[in-house]
Design a protein around this ligand. Structure first.
Ligand code: PLP
Length: 359
């Protein structure tokens, strides 16, 4: 298997893929693939409820929260959140941390009043703003944060206290990579395709008082109350993706749960950050040390020509997905839950080797 450092869709554990392969044609003796099965069948309802229950258990989701499996990606949530939760006269506040926070902010701007509560734009988004610099407007409906900026490679080390103001977190690129006090948030959402499974399903965890009734003018599919009332089965769900999320959650549980995942992610990313820090400046991390992400490691070399050569040679050595996003340049290694320790070890060794050969 490739040393897969793709930013998303990203690596899945071999064990998960093998189980899916085994069950692909005949799921649990039904004579059908999950893909061929009615989403109204008791078998699929078991898969849907089972994935929800595992997510609740592993992430410690309190009982007053709903878990939804939706479609349209995290990008649809950028719009659905203000459509459902931004009432007239109120303002949607954002911590402006980089590319994905910017996209969420721009969508909210299409719907209503917005405010930037803190930004690191002057530093090219190489850090998460200090929590003490966050200024909420008096009429804040909610504060939106991007817990991990996938492109810049920065991550909140701690979350802001917003008092009575609802905190909303886009955790698309770090959900279930470390324990989170879910009770601090009114809502958490994430596309599944980095840490939790394949693309096609978006996880929404939301406190029930926020979604009891959506504005009556909203189309049915864009209302949270539709999906809450129907247990995410209002229309045909992405059934195979939900099934794979269930397998991925079971894999995380088998590995010891979310706290064990965090330790695993710390151990494996340390190899790569050490390779950067001990290179005598040959590799330069993009993110400020205090804001470094455990999920996306961004770094640069001395010239663009060297960076190109690094990408080319890495591909020849079996590494995939190391080219940085065009807006930041350089290199990026995405080290989500499913990325094995061995892949990170191999990358750290390759980095040392490359530096020696091209120093
Ligand atoms: N938010 C973050 C932090 C992301 O990394 C991404 C995708 O890379 C998105 C949102 C958009 O997700 P989707 O492609 O599911 O719409």
């Amino acid at each position: 298997r490739a040393y897969n450092f793709n930013a998303g869709p990203a690596a899945l554990p071999l064990e998960v893929l093998q189980q899916a392969q085994q069950e692909f044609i005949d799921y649990a003796g039904t004579g059908m693939s999950i893909m061929e099965m009615s989403h109204r069948s008791s078998v699929f309802e078991g898969v849907n409820d089972g994935a929800q229950a595992l997510l609740r258990e592993l992430f410690g989701i309190p009982s007053q929260y709903k878990v939804l499996f939706l479609q349209g990606g995290a990008s649809t949530q950028f719009a659905m959140i203000p459509m459902n939760l931004l009432t007239p006269g109120k303002s949607a506040a954002f911590v402006h941390t980089g590319s994905w926070a910017e996209k969420a902010y721009k969508e909210a701007k299409l719907i209503g009043e917005t405010a930037i509560a803190a930004t690191s734009e002057a530093d090219k988004f190489n850090r998460i703003p200090a929590l003490s610099d966050i200024r909420l407007p008096d009429n804040a409906a909610y504060l939106h944060i991007t817990s991990n900026e996938t492109i810049e490679g920065t991550q909140f080390a701690a979350y802001p206290d917003t008092g009575d103001v609802t905190l909303i977190g886009d955790m698309s690129s770090d959900i279930l990579s470390r324990p989170v006090d879910v009770g601090k948030f009114g809502m958490i959402y994430a596309g599944a395709q980095k840490n939790l499974g394949p693309s096609g399903v978006t996880i929404v965890i939301v406190r029930e008082d926020l979604v009891e009734s959506s504005p009556k003018s909203l189309p049915t599919m864009l209302r949270y109350d539709t999906h809450v009332k129907n247990n995410s089965l209002y229309n045909t769900p992405p059934s195979f993706s939900v099934y794979l999320v269930g397998l991925m959650l079971q894999w995380i549980k088998d590995k010891g749960g979310v706290a064990a995942m965090e330790q695993f992610n710390r151990d494996k990313t340390k190899l790569i950050y050490d390779a950067i820090d001990q290179s005598g400046g040959y590799y330069r991390g993009f993110a400020d040390t205090a804001s470094r992400s455990l999920m996306n490691i961004t770094f640069r070399l001395g010239s663009e020509a060297l960076e190109k050569q690094f990408v080319k040679e890495s591909e020849q050595h079996g590494f995939v997905g190391l080219k940085g996003h065009r807006s930041v340049g350089g290199l990026r290694a995405s080290t989500y839950n499913a990325v094995p320790f061995e892949s990170c070890k191999a990358l750290a060794e390759f980095m040392g080797d490359f530096a020696k050969r091209n120093g």
